[in-house]
Every structure is written in C-alpha cells, then in structure tokens.
Ligand binder design. Structure first.
Ligand code: NAD
Ligand code: ZN
Ligand code: ZN
Length: 348
C-alpha cells in the first residue's frame, strides 16, 4: 500500500510503498476513510532532530477515521466493516489518566516512545492504519469517515480547552479565538454549540474572518495592532474572559495577553513556538491564568461525535486523494485551506 512517510528530519515526507500491516494479538487494522492534515504535521516537517522524542520513519496522519478491516487475535467489541473514529493519543491504557480516558496525559508516554499513530508510530496517511487496541476506536454511526476525521483532533483539542473554560462562559462573557484554521473554525462552532458567550475571532487572513462569521463568531477582526483596541471595544474595555490562542507565535501570545480580562484565562493551543516573559505584575491582568492544551480525552471525543451526529457542529473540509497528499500540505502551508484538508485514501 502507499503511505506518506516522514523519513528524515527537516526533509519533505515521501509517498512510499510499504506492506499492509497484519494485526497482531489485540490489534485492529483500519481501512482509512479520512485522514486530516494538521498544522502540527507542518511543524513536524520543520522541527530538527530531537525536538520530538520519536524515531523515523513513520507515516504521518494523527486525525483518522475509517472502517474496521481486520481483527487481531482476541479482539472484542468491534466488528469488521464498522465505521470508526480513531482516538489519536495512544497511551498505556492502564495508568490513572488512561483509565479516565485521558491518554493524552498518559504517565508512561516516555516509555512508549511515541505519541500515537502519525506521531512516532504509523498514522493514517495510508490505505490502512494499524491501531494497537480496540479501546482506541469509537463508533461513528452514520457519520462519513471523511467528514469525521477532523473531529478527532481539530475539534477534540479545542473541545477539551473549552470544557475546561466553561465556568467562565456565561451570558455576557466573551471568548476570543485567535487563528481560525482547522482547529479555530471548530473552536468557534463548539463555543456556539456549548455556550451563550459572545465570540470574537482574529485571523491574519481576511477569508478566515468571513469563515469565522459563517460558523458563528459575533465579530471577527484582522490580526494586527488594532485588534487589541477592537477586542477591548467589543468587551466594554474589559477584555475577553477566555482567550484561545490557536497559533502560538510571539505575536499571538502577546495579543492574547493584551486582550485577556482580569480573572480570565489564556490557553495557548498553537505550537508555533512563541514565548512571553512572565512576571507577577504587568504581563497578564490580575488573577488571569496562562495555560496550554494537549489534545483531549476519549470520552470528550465521544461527546464531540455526539455533537456532530446531532448536526450541532460540522468540520468544513476539502478532500484530497492519497496521491495528492503533498499538495494538501502545500495548500495548508500556503494558507489556502478554509477548514481542514482531509486525505481520502478510499476515495474522495
Ligand atoms: P491551520 O493552519 O489550519 O490554521 C492556522 C490559522 O491561524 C490560519 O487561519 C492562519 O491564517 C492563522 N494565523 C497564522 N498566523 C496568525 C497570526 N499571527 N495572527 C492571526 N492568525 C494567524 O492550523 P491548525 O491545524 O488549526 O493548527 C493550529 C495550531 O494548533 C498549530 O500550531 C498546531 O500545531 C496546533 N495544534 C495543537 C494541538 C494541541 O494539542 N495543543 C493539537 C492540534 C494542533
Ligand atoms: Zn493535530
Ligand atoms: Zn497510561
């Protein structure tokens, strides 16, 4: 089968011929229907050796959905042909965080030596994906795997961040979303679906501001020095109670800190490598938290799938054949994707 593999650090990935994996005891082979192209993959292609503690080569694609194709010995609970979403952070399955379905916080990640398929182990940019356990598969019901793939990261990650911030998202309170890309457009939809809060969005691309309004933002502002004043004006001068920075550059973290409210929270989801010099006084408003997010739990993914099944959220996608996977990443890098690029190895 064909698989899009990262074979050397800071080199373009290659579409290579590799054997179809055989599921061993406890494992499940999934035929990939959709694999989302995440901006984290672009970071991975750029990071030097050692930035992420995993070995090469591996197949990219950590945002996957498809159909159960074959079961290893002893696998129960899933049937061949069943449509499934693949929960992406693959932990040990046994430690306390894993047992509460938070494999994104697995205590044994360092021993495992990989973060999941597409992040150290072979991922979904291929015809088939080997999943280590049926516990990582969630039933899709009537959702099409090509539409559902982005739910497992582009939606799950902001969902996890928003759930943590729900006590601050009452009527009259404000959430600001910086970066309305794959994750950001889902963040706006999720805020709309889950909360009565006012939503303001910021992006440097004018097309994304249109998208932000389409998916539920009350106001959308161009990134730049004026954005601070515009957000303050939209919040009676007080700032936003919840700021989700889904870019994570020096520039956006500074913006996030500048528009946050007293007692607010700034959550940096983006991995662009930015920083801020923290001081007890003057950098953030009084009693404002600064935090990060890493992916989400399997139970939260079940909740995200419920929202999608009920029609309350929908990822905007552009589909690509597996042969065009390199073009999909080029389009993502160039900012040409509204929503998420999804690679569809079983047909667009
Ligand atoms: P994307 O490329 O689809 O979207 C990024 C958006 O940010 C684009 O709309 C772009 O125009 C906008 N943008 C870029 N620079 C900007 C700036 N200076 N000001 C305002 N807007 C700006 O990317 P994505 O797939 O949504 O990923 C976003 C970030 O989230 C990436 O850094 C990715 O690695 C990270 N990520 C983190 C997690 C996690 O668990 N923490 C999970 C997935 C992705
Ligand atoms: Zn991702
Ligand atoms: Zn664990």
């Amino acid at each position: 089968m064909k698989a899009f593999q990262l074979t050397a650090w800071q080199q373009p990935p290659e579409l290579r011929d590799v054997p179809i994996p055989e599921p061993g005891a406890g494992q499940v082979l999934v035929r990939v229907g959709g694999a989302g192209a995440c901006h984290s993959d672009l970071h991975l292609m750029e990071w030097p050796e050692g930035a992420m503690d995993v070995s090469l080569p591996f197949t990219l694609g950590h945002e996957n959905a498809g159909w159960v194709a074959a079961l290893g010995a002893g696998v129960e609970g899933v049937a061949e042909g069943e449509p499934v979403a693949v929960y992406g952070p693959w932990g040990c399955g046994r430690c306390a965080p894993c047992r509460r379905s938070a494999e994104n916080s697995c205590e044994r990640q360092a021993e495992i030596g990989a973060f999941g398929g597409g992040l150290g182990l072979d991922g979904g940019m291929a015809e088939y994906l080997l999943v280590p356990s049926s516990r990582l598969l969630l039933p899709l019901g009537d959702l099409d795997p090509r539409d559902a793939a982005p739910l497992s990261d582009a939606a799950l990650t902001p969902y996890h961040a928003i759930k943590r911030a729900l006590p601050r998202l009452h009527p009259g309170w404000t959430a600001a979303v910086i970066g309305v890309g794959g994750l950001g457009h889902m963040a706006v939809e999720l805020l709309r679906a889950l909360t009565p809060a006012r939503i303001v969005a910021v992006d440097r691309d004018p097309g994304r501001l249109v998208l932000a309004r389409e998916v539920g933002a009350d106001e959308a502002f161009a990134a730049g020095p004026e954005a601070i004043g515009e957000i303050r004006e939209a919040t009676r001068g007080l700032g936003a109670d919840v700021v989700l920075d889904i870019v994570g550059s020096d520039e956006t973290i500074a913006l996030a800190a500048a528009v946050a409210k007293v007692e607010g929270t700034v959550n940096v989801l983006g991995l662009a490598g930015g920083s801020i010099t923290w001081q007890a006084m003057g950098v953030l408003p009084w009693e404002c938290e600064l935090t990060t997010t890493y992916w989400g739990t399997a139970i939260e993914l079940m909740e995200v799938l419920e929202l999608a099944a009920a029609g309350r959220i929908r990822a905007r996608t552009r589909r690509y054949a597996l042969d065009d996977v390199a073009t999909a990443y080029d389009d993502l890098r160039a900012g040409r994707i509204d929503g998420r690029a999804v690679i569809c190895p079983a047909g667009v």
